[in-house]
Ligand binder design. Sequence first.
Ligand code: SF4
Length: 208
Amino acid sequence: MDERIARLIKLWQKRNILGFYTEDKEGAIDLILEMIPQEASIGISGSVTLDQLGIVKILEERGNKVFNQYKAGINKEEALALRKKGVDADFYLASANAISEKGQLVFFSAYGTRIAGISYAKRLIVVCGINKITSNLKEAIKRAREYATPLNCKRLNWNSACVKEGRCRERICVFPNYKRMCCQILIVEAEMEPERIKVILVGEKLGF
Ligand code: SF4
């Protein structure tokens, strides 16, 4: 573990956030399976990082109840109901769009259920590749909006103003001309309840 990560994990202790480091995806999967009991229910937020881990399938096969709004064959109402149940589950799994070296976690959201899950879940596990660490909060927000979100809009084929040129065009990205993904922003600076938030940093590039 390099010095920067060791420092970040120490800073999180002062913010009531538990930080973990693992070198690779397999280590992250092992940590998640240790942290979540087999009988626990789980809500998930949409995340390339979680997809790369394949963690939803692993948890489902282990017997966990996962409120998976992305499962095939469900309609919009069913997906929304699963999103809401996910917020109230025993655990919520997400990845941040960016993390500052001071320890702030930045999350962008379109519908806000992800923000609700992160803020409200009984237990939250955030998994992040070290590629998402930035020097400060300003850079973290910039990364989330100018790098991660245009890639997410493209991946999901949204009609957002950034899709065509691959860069944020926030001023014109409004309805009805565009479907804006950046509707809500959450910055987690600290946590009231000890052990509610765990962050697993992974020493490889994950997600956008
Ligand atoms: S504000 Fe609009 S254009 Fe900018 S990143 Fe978000 S969705 Fe894309």
